[in-house]
Design a protein around this ligand. Structure first.
Ligand code: URA
Ligand code: CA
Length: 437
């Protein structure tokens, strides 16, 4: 006999009551093993959508999902394991930079990453733009490499958080994706199953982000920080702007080049600043600095003395890739054609719709429209302007990197979605609120 009847649990949530840990675990386990059918799970998710969940309930949901499948055991790695999660955006190269940057300050970084389904690839796709690089390490090799070198990046294990996978697929077809308690517990369950002791969240807001408004981004960040507190993982969040793409590069090999430039201290200002903000939180959470200022100085020092870049080279070498690219990025895949996108008017850039620029890159082959699509690692877009910049008619707004000369559709999208006005505007504030427990 089951402990509960699902219909009673649905009714309780529908009436806005608070569920117990046992009730939530009963639902997660029952849905995962198929004893609770889709129709009851759908009704339950919709009840959550409308009545919400307390921080305690979200903590229980998170842990039940984290415990629904494999969990990575990082206890054999010395030190505090700090993970970082970004809620996603366009041209977000921060993970590639932060992994070696933070590891160079002594914080062990055991990074589990995914492939992208979207405008450009995920971190794994980007790393695979490096000839020979592979992400298939056994758990034992993964742990050993982090102990030896302080960093490793692997692909997501097949059976991590199966409850979240199944629930996410159901949410996708029942109009219950955009519920903050459900998003927060979905993200946190994966981070916890991946073994993190501390979690630094980069919650994006703006046109190119999941959360379109600063208020929603803040609510999501607060939910995740509260879950972290509830389940005993030191969690903090930074709200950052995604109303325009981060950095200049959108595309896999192009973003690896941008990551190398940033590790050399020559990266785009916004991308560099965000990495310093997130990185300093990671270094403090990892116990390697006592204050944000101290951590920031350490990060700047490992950029200036080249040790962060050298460590990126060691990561590449350890995982079978050609480490020469760190000093010779021209060894990365390169597109056959570089085509300028001219501005159609003179004035100032007032708006860059990150989402649509991502689509323009995807049309060139930089991202996947379906899970089966192959990515062209060489192609993408390099922006020449950002919001607030002055521009003359005919001047390039961006350079398209393509393996075909037929780029009309992408070019038109870029010209349409980089708005040019007659009045100068301020560039958007990159870093918004910081949320800590
Ligand atoms: N990303 C996730 O991992 N889960 C969600 O529910 C939404 C975005
Ligand atoms: Ca970028």
């Amino acid at each position: 006999m089951a402990l509960f009847r699902m219909v009673d649990v649905i009714e309780k949530k529908r009436n806005g009551e608070v569920l117990s840990k046992e009730e939530i675990t009963f639902f997660v386990n029952g849905y995962t093993d198929g004893t609770i059918p889709d129709y009851q799970a759908s009704a339950f998710l919709m009840a959550i959508y409308f009545t919400g969940m307390t921080a305690e309930e979200q903590g229980h949901l998170t842990m039940a999902m984290a415990e629904s499948g494999d969990q990575i055991d990082l206890s054999a790695i010395e030190g505090i394991k700090v993970d970082k999660h970004s809620t996603g955006g366009v041209g977000d190269t921060t993970t590639l930079i932060l992994v070696p940057l933070v590891a160079a300050c002594g914080v062990p970084v055991a990074k589990m990453s995914g492939r992208g389904l979207g405008h450009t690839g995920g971190t794994l796709d980007k790393l695979e733009a490096i000839d020979g690089f592979h992400i298939e390490l056994t758990e034992a090799q993964f742990v050993k490499q982090v102990n030896d070198l302080k960093l490793a990046v692997i692909g997501q294990s097949g059976n991590l958080t199966p409850a979240d996978k199944k629930l996410y697929a159901l949410r996708d077809v029942t109009a219950t994706v955009d519920s903050i308690p459900l998003i927060a517990s979905s993200i946190m369950s994966k981070k916890i199953a991946a073994g993190a002791n501390a979690i630094v969240l980069d919650v994006k807001t703006g046109d190119g982000a999941f959360m379109k408004t600063a208020a929603d981004a803040k609510a999501l960040a607060e939910s995740m920080v509260a879950i972290g507190k509830q389940v005993g993982r030191n969690t903090m969040a930074v709200i950052s702007d995604m109303s325009q793409p981060l950095g200049f590069a959108i595309g896999n090999a192009l973003e690896v080049r941008e990551a190398i430039a940033t590790l050399q201290g020559q990266g785009p200002e916004d991308l560099t600043e965000l990495c310093l903000v997130l990185g300093s939180k990671m270094v403090v959470a990892g116990g390697k600095a006592d204050s944000i200022d101290e951590a920031r100085a350490m990060l700047k020092a490992v950029i200036a003395d080249g040790s962060a870049l050298e460590l990126f080279g060691k990561l590449i070498e350890a995982q079978g890739g050609n480490a020469k690219i760190i000093h010779n990025p021209s060894l990365l895949p390169t597109a056959n054609y570089q085509i300028e996108v001219p501005a159609l008017a003179s004035g100032y850039v007032t708006k860059m719709e990150a989402d649509d620029l991502g689509v323009a890159a995807m049309l060139l082959g930089a991202g996947r429209a379906t899970k089966e699509d192959e990515i062209d690692l060489a192609v993408g877009i390099v922006l020449k302007k950002k919001i607030g910049d002055a521009v003359q008619q005919g001047e390039p707004l961006a350079i398209i990197h393509a393996n075909t000369q037929d780029v009309e559709q992408s070019m038109a999208l870029i010209q349409k979605h980089i708005a040019i006005g007659s009045e100068a505007v301020a560039s958007p504030l990159l870093i918004g609120e910081m949320i800590t427990g």
